[in-house]
Design a protein around this ligand. Sequence first.
Ligand code: GDP
Length: 451
Amino acid sequence: MEARKISDDIIAAISTPIGTGGIGIVRMSGTGSLSLLKKIFKCNCNDFQSHHIYYGSIVDETENIIDEVLVNIMLAPKSYTREDVIEINCHGGLLCVQQILQLILNSGARLAEPGEFTKRAYLNGRLDLLQAEAVIDVINSKTNLSKQVAVNQLNGSLSNKINECLQMILDIIARIEAAIDYPDEYEIFDVSQEILNVSEKIKKLLDSADVGKIIHDGINIAIVGKPNVGKSSLLNNLAQKDSAIVTDIPGTTRDIICEYINIDGISAKILDTAGIHSTENVVENLGIEKAKLCAQNADIILLLFDWSREFDNDDKNLLSFYNSEKILFVVNKIDLPQKFFAPDNLQLIKISAKKNFGLDDLRKNIKKIVFGKNIFDKSNEVFVCNVRHKTALKNSYDSLMRALKTISDDLSIDLTVIDLRDAYDFLGEIIGQSVSDKITDEIFSKFCVGK
Ligand code: GDP
């Protein structure tokens, strides 16, 4: 990629998590990093070469040894930022990294902003914006699948598809403009089929966005039901740990408790809510309101009933609250004698959270809702996972549809070109070709310092 801006100051930051650990890394990037290093690093070598590791000590102005270290030198342009990058591997823990960073800052560098190393990699043309965004997704991914999708994006799988579409649109524009500018040499012809071809490719990417969002963000599953049906027991069973307090005293869970589980590569946040029933208790009612809101916002609701108690008014009210495709009706405690008889047509999943019965069936049904009718092909390496990308793709697709309409309405070919240019610009936003500094800053502000 082409470079955009050249930054000339040296940035520095601690790149490893703060806390006790074997090794800590302090990183700097920018022209002059090597000269700065020479002021604070003592070793048996004077001639430093790129992509070599040097053993020695970091020393302060009075030659006091701060730490024994290994230093990686990666000179421009073969580095993460395409600038001179130095990484100092010191002992982990709070003090060594902080003292070394302070020494570097005192020697002329400035503290890096969040994501500034990656931002420089982007501004210096090493990564496009899509790939830079993938870096944060790799760091934040919670499941193998979301990490794999992010790694593919980092390696350019989605960028390649976007670039292919950009090139196709550019070719159409070039052919039309050649015909407008040189009417004697080039004939104006119908480009509808070409526009359709590129719009189909964009549509395919757009179609992957729903599954992409699930892979990237995971899903929220709310467990709701009257008190004592086993909501907390179900959360604990699914999460395989005792997160929620389980008692036979109704009203124990008053706030929302959440745990993360992994369902076939999808990160699911399970929310245990207060038992919903009619009560005069003010505190309990606050919890119930929260539970109702939580269920409303959830992607999936597990509406839980109790096999050992009769279907009562509280159950009936719950059924009338929630009536949508995102509900699974689950009856718990089937290890106990049956007193529960569900209304007709209610498809029940039978489980015992305590005896660990029927949970696989429940997980299968959750997956069915998650992926719905989508044929979820994990081998597909390209998913659009980000709302910014989805919006830009949609805008680009709509512009192409408008371009097609100008042709079918027999309007001026100039109008078709305007729509095609819009389609090109929207698509270009995704990889950072035509994106404002404000959006770029916003993207990098989500990174951690040191990346
Ligand atoms: P919640 O109020 O809906 O969260 O219910 P809890 O999870 O706190 O459970 C209420 C009571 O039901 C506790 O005594 C649990 O041990 C019991 N319980 C939960 N699940 C089962 C089950 O599958 N079988 C039996 N026999 N008891 C259960």
